[in-house]
Design a protein. Sequence first.
Length: 80
Amino acid sequence: MEGPNGNLLKDTVNCILADNRGKWLGKGVGDLWDLQMPYFGGFKFAQKGKYIVSFEQAMRVENGLKGITDVGLRVEKTKN
């Protein structure tokens, strides 16, 4: 993530997508599944402005992750 002042924050996250038997985790029907994974609880944006977030898969797979079509990010205000 790049902040408004150009500072970079980089992290590696291990996201388990299926159980040991290959069954997808999350909710879904057919080939479409949704898995929500809480991350960065309690994070505070230090500055007002535009933040740029990017994702990169890090598995040792030559042709990407079969069956993964989209990755998204949802930011929610912390409930006090």
